[in-house]
Design a protein around this ligand. Structure first.
Ligand SMILES: NC(=O)c1ccc[n+]([C@@H]2O[C@H](COP(=O)([O-])OP(=O)(O)OC[C@H]3O[C@@H](n4cnc5c(N)ncnc54)[C@H](O)[C@@H]3O)[C@@H](O)[C@H]2O)c1
Length: 369
């Protein structure tokens, strides 16, 4: 039987797009996700899915209701969350079944559980992480736990079980390179993280390189640029612009809005990650970029134009401390694997505006593209 792919963070924004793409390509997928505030099991509801909460674990999963109350997972019977004693047995059943996705609610820091799950497959795509830069500036504890301890836990389990076999894709970020004020940074550019989130992600890369050098662990790193699209958490820039435009409330823009970012649609990122998974070389780094480079203020104006809303909503606010002024990846290497950007900025934004308009205006939480 074909081995499944293990996708960590598969209930989050990019992770759920990666799961979609993997299923499209005929894989069975085991998701490991801690169900933090950024996760939503409904992102995977169109797949044949089973969701398990290991019974002997502390309660990672909880759902915050609209009224602010918190309920444990298993009270959501309609979501088919199950408490499970025998995770290995459940994985064996899954592999023999017609199901497409098995979700195990747990944190990647749980090393003993990683040892139990990873023995079923040496194919891992690791996306689980805390991802909001502003939160990391307030306090980086969760970032240290998820990114650094979590990565050590899973890569060490992988090494102990599989040695030099298999393929481990670490999803990093363009932010590990720090700001690129001129030209483009290729895959050999030195790491120079400038905020706590980027430092935590760079730590993962340092560990990955040390494992490649010391043990020959078959790791490959991908660094996507700024992604946008349906299912991104409300806290992020593009959903904030759309939500505030819909509500007619001020759209906060940091500093003078002149920070430059390169934007790419989530589906293109997911295809890029899967292309690297299927065709990339072990030990290599691949950038996933695009040419849609804009100042933040230009992006806001573009979205407002597309939504027919007034620029009067723009409100400049105190800049983020240490705010990087520009990111720009060279991405020729991944083009050689046959990957291309397929969604224009305009098409991607149109789909994203539609998604959030349904979500915010009709109040549904289960709206998909
Ligand atoms: N979104 C982007 O623009 C972007 C760009 C480049 C790289 N990345 C990287 O891609 C990955 C996914 O980003 P995203 O935007 O989808 O994030 P997200 O915040 O939407 O989702 C992260 C997911 O990981 C899970 N998670 C967090 N900590 C965990 C832990 N300790 N154990 C298990 N699961 C955990 C969360 O529950 C959530 O489902 C991250 O590694 C991020 O650094 C994102």
């Amino acid at each position: 039987m074909r081995k499944p792919i293990i996708v960590t963070g598969g209930l989050g924004f990019l992770g759920s797009w990666v799961v979609d793409e993997a299923i499209k390509r005929g894989y069975k997928v085991i998701v490991i996700d801690a169900l933090t505030y950024a996760a939503n099991p409904e992102y995977l509801k169109d797949h044949k899915i089973r969701i398990l909460q290991p019974e002997d674990r502390i309660l990672w999963g909880k759902i915050v209701l609209r009224d602010g109350n918190i309920k444990p997972l298993w009270e959501f019977k309609e979501q088919n969350f199950e408490r499970c004693k025998d995770i290995e047995g459940a994985i064996r059943d899954f592999l023999e079944s017609e199901l497409e996705v098995l979700v195990i609610i747990d944190s990647v820091e749980d090393h003993e559980m990683m040892l139990r799950i990873l023995k079923f497959s040496p194919y891992i795509i690791h996306l689980a992480a805390e991802t909001h830069v502003d939160k990391s500036i307030e306090s980086a504890w969760d970032f240290v736990r998820s990114e650094i301890i979590g990565f050590y836990s899973i890569i060490e389990a992988f090494r102990r079980i599989w040695g030099k076999e298999g393929f481990f894709v670490l999803v990093s970020t363009d932010e590990v390179l720090g700001e690129i004020m001129e030209g483009e940074a290729d895959e050999s550019y030195p790491l120079k993280p400038r905020n706590p989130y980027a430092a935590a992600k760079a730590s993962q890369e340092h560990f990955a390189q040390s494992y490649i050098n010391t043990y020959g662990t078959p790791i490959t790193i991908v660094r996507p640029t700024n992604a946008f699209g349906p299912r991104q958490h409300d806290e992020k820039f593009v959903p904030t612009i759309i939500r505030n435009a819909l509500m007619g409330t001020p759209i906060p823009v940091y500093g003078n809005g002149k920070q430059r970012r390169v934007w790419i649609y989530a589906e293109d990122v997911a295809r890029g990650i899967m292309e690297v998974f299927e065709k990339g070389e072990k030990f290599e780094i691949y950038h996933i970029g695009s040419d849609y480079e804009l100042e933040n203020i230009e992006l806001v104006k573009m979205i407002l134009r597309m939504m027919g809303k007034s620029e009067d909503l723009i409100s400049f606010v105190k800049d983020r401390p240490g705010h990087d002024r520009r990111y720009r990846l060279a991405y020729n290497k991944i083009l050689k694997l046959g990957w291309r950007v397929e969604t224009t900025l305009e098409e991607g934004l149109k789909a994203t505006i539609e998604y959030y308009t349904k979500k915010y205006v009709s109040g549904g939480s289960s709206v998909r593209r």
